[in-house]
Design a protein around this ligand. Structure first.
Ligand SMILES: [Ca+2]
Ligand SMILES: [Ca+2]
Length: 175
């Protein structure tokens, strides 16, 4: 059973992913979000990190769209729930995306994402500066940096966890 709390998080994700704000999610929205991330971190689409991010967004689109050109909010919800909450596609599809984004954000490759790196990532997702600061302090719990694994775990919790107390719920700001 998927809770209202989980659906609310998915609805927020819809608005975030609908980059061209036309009320539907298309492949170009996902590629646009991926491109914004690459631009934020100054990575070219042909670099190893860049290719990983774009390929991961594309795989997510293939999973969610099921051959459709566009997804309405309710179709997006349904596809996210059946793939990642009630289904078991997280590890094969959304996990590689979370990992590729976290590795992109770890610009110096030390396995940690600093506050500055986190804020660049958050801005690409359309998160305000204030929400990004809130998110980083909620996730980092007074550490100076998040590990790549912490960030991946936070993204997993955001997209899948029914627990209102899960720390990862804060990854895009206060709910
Ligand atoms: Ca759109
Ligand atoms: Ca780093």
């Amino acid at each position: 059973m998927t809770s209202e709390f989980q659906l609310d998080k998915l609805d927020r994700a819809f608005d975030q992913i609908d980059v061209n704000s036309n009320g539907q999610i298309e492949r170009n929205d996902l590629i646009g979000l991926g491109s914004r991330l690459l631009l934020g971190f100054g990575q070219s689409p042909t670099s190893a990190k860049g290719q990983a991010v774009l390929a991961a967004w594309d795989a997510v689109w293939t999973e969610l769209s099921d051959g459709e050109d566009a997804l309405s909010p309710s179709e997006f919800r349904g596809a996210m729930v059946s793939a990642f909450i009630e289904g078991e596609k997280f590890d094969s599809t959304l996990l590689p995306l979370a990992q590729s984004v976290a590795r992109l954000a770890d610009t110096d490759g030390d396995g940690k994402v600093s506050a500055a790196e986190f804020h660049v990532m958050a801005r690409a997702f359309g998160t305000s500066a204030a929400d990004s600061r809130y998110a980083f302090s909620a996730l980092a719990d007074s550490q100076e940096a998040l590990t790549v694994d912490d960030l991946v775990q936070a993204l997993r919790e955001y997209y899948t966890s029914p627990d209102p107390g899960a720390r990862g719920n804060a990854v895009f700001g206060p709910l």
